[in-house]
Design a binder for this molecule. Sequence first.
Ligand SMILES: [Zn+2]
Length: 234
Amino acid sequence: MILRALWIPAFAGMTLAFAAASKEVALDVGHSIATQGAISARGVPEFEYNLALAREVATALERAGLRVRLIGAAGDIADLASRPRAALGADLFVSIHHDSIKERLLEAWQHEGEPRRYYDSVSGFSLFISRENARLAASLACASAIGRVLRAKGFAPSRYHADPVLGESREFADEPNGVHYFDHLAVLRHARIPALLFEAGVIVNRDEELRMRDPAVKQAIADALAQGVGQCLN
Ligand SMILES: [Zn+2]
C-alpha cells in the first residue's frame, strides 16, 4: 500500500512534466474568405490551398508530438495584427501561404472555358522571417531547418523573390535553404515569439498548381515542416 501511494503521485508528476515539455505551434492559415490572397492559374483562391495544407501540417505536427493552435481556419480573420496576438504563449508562429508573382507578369489563358492568368517560369517554396521580430535568431533557426528538410526531400526553393525584376530584391537570410528577410511583414514583426511565413509553392504556375493539389505532395510538405519544426524547437 505504501509503495502504491508513493508510486501514483510520482507517476502523475512525470505525466505533468511530460505534458509541459510538449511545445506548441501556432499555425496560421494565410488570408481569409473575404481577402483570399492570390488566385491560382485555374481560378482557385489561395485561402483554399492554405487551409488544406495547414490541416495536413497540423496533423503532421501532432503526430510528431507537438501541440497545434490553428489560427484563421474559419476564414474570418480580416486584420493582420490579430493573428500574432492569437499566437501569444505558443513556442512558434508559422503562417501558411501559396505564392504568386507580380500582377503585371501574369499571362492570359483559358481554363474550362474561363479566362485565367498564369506564369509558368517560377516555381518552388520560399520562407520569410523579419528582423523586426524580437526572436530573430530562433525564427531563422526554424526557417532554415524547414528549408533544409524540404530540400532533402527533393523540394527546391523558388529564389525569385531575391530577383530585382521577377521578385522584390528581397535579401536572403539563408540563401541555400530559401529563407528571405521580409522585415515589415505584420504577422512576423508583431509576433512576440519566433515567427516565419512559408510559401509552399507557386500556384500561378500551371504545373506547380497541380503538384500543390496532389495529396502525396501535400503530405510530403507537411511531414517536412513537422520534421524541421521538431528539430528547431528541441
Ligand atoms: Zn498569401
